[in-house]
Design a binder for this molecule. Sequence first.
Ligand SMILES: Cc1cc2nc3c(=O)[nH]c(=O)nc-3n(C[C@H](O)[C@H](O)[C@H](O)COP(=O)(O)O)c2cc1C
Length: 325
Amino acid sequence: MKASSLQSICQAKLWLAPLAGYTDQAFRQLCKENGADVLVSEMVSADGLSRDSLKTIQYVHFDEVERPFGIQLFGSDPLVMARAAELCLDYKPDFIDINMGCPVKKVVKRGAGSALMKEPKRAWEIVSEVRSVLGDSCLLGVKFRSGWNPQSLNYIEFGKMMEDAGADFICLHARTQSQMFSGEADWAHIAALKKELRIPLIGNGDVKSPEDAGRMITETACDSVMIGRGALGKPWIFSQSKQLWESGDYKPVTKSKLQETIFRFIDLSLKFKPERVVYKELRSQLCHYTKGLAGSAELRQQINRAESTDQIKELITQSEAFRLL
Ligand SMILES: Cc1cc2nc3c(=O)[nH]c(=O)nc-3n(C[C@H](O)[C@H](O)[C@H](O)COP(=O)(O)O)c2cc1C
């Protein structure tokens, strides 16, 4: 049972990366409708979950349509992480993912995220404790980076340790902590780690187009590809990548598909959040969809002043940017 579900989530699949502040239920479902195979929650604090914090628990919810779905946990204490993973089992996720890649200060200073790459023994204990509470009921993944900085690239030893501690699969974001989110991801690290692991490897970093997704698989032999920022404002990157793999080409996105996608995103958002929250969040989220369209700067200013989702839809329908359908 475990072996077949591992194969079904890791073999030539397209994953939506966890992106705190973006990959809420609405965006995840939008990506699923546009071809994403595997979805992950944004990172959830193990401490928060163990304290039963309501704010934390909302990040764990998902619908059946989002399967295969994983809950991502971050933290630094092996027992607290294990307790949080046990609590997650009530929600019946397909997998638990452990974040050992987050580079941001407030996470790292608590010894969590990418700080664990400097403490491999503690990282090993976390994976081992979480594995023992999950048993065979749920898969376990670990997502980490190439290392802390270019002088300490330890992704190969680290990956092998995580495998030894009981991880079912690994995701490598091929940047160091010191790069944060800039500079280039070094896919050679993904290729090198793939050669050393027995468990599946998900490659991540700088997949910005359907061509990149295919190239990452060819160049690194990774089992699956995870896409983060490349899906913001372009959820169809998943279906286009599949079209490219299957037929050697893909359909470009028309303005009518773009408008339809934005309206769908608004409707999905309203399923999960109240109107007053959605129209405010759309001010920042819609920038990703309108970037590069002629007349989009004016549209964005109008959206920033809008006070309802209906008004935003009307502005889009009337906008010059969408007129040339
Ligand atoms: C705004 C933002 C939020 C992120 N949140 C998370 C997170 O919650 N958990 C995680 O493992 N990685 C997180 N990441 C890292 C991404 O999952 C991914 O590893 C990184 O963006 C590289 O992939 P990309 O080049 O396809 O975007 C985040 C990245 C960004 C830009």
